[in-house]
Design a protein. Structure first.
Length: 86
């Protein structure tokens, strides 16, 4: 099963601000998420019913999975130091 990947408005804005080399690495991880959204390096976020995070070096991708729609919804992308702040 291949999942569709969509970005939230916040994630799109954060993604565009990243350096080109980091965006390339994040693109590779997103391609991986299409086939395995609950991969070996994925962690479920506590306090959220369906939110996960995955690592790309010192950057994080925070996302939700909607299995019934085969959808991965990217909520935010950014450096570890600021990604979890509200």
């Amino acid at each position: 099963m291949t999942y569709e990947v969509n970005f939230s408005k916040k994630a799109t804005k954060a993604y565009r601000k990243l350096p080109a080399d980091i965006r390339l690495r994040i693109d590779q991880k997103i391609d991986y998420l299409r086939n395995a959204p609950r991969g070996h390096d994925t962690k479920k976020l506590s306090g959220h019913e369906n939110a996960y995070r995955t690592r790309v070096g010192s950057y994080r991708i925070v996302y939700e999975i909607e299995d019934e729609k085969l959808l991965v919804w990217i909520l935010d992308v950014g450096p570890r130091s600021s990604i979890y702040q509200k």
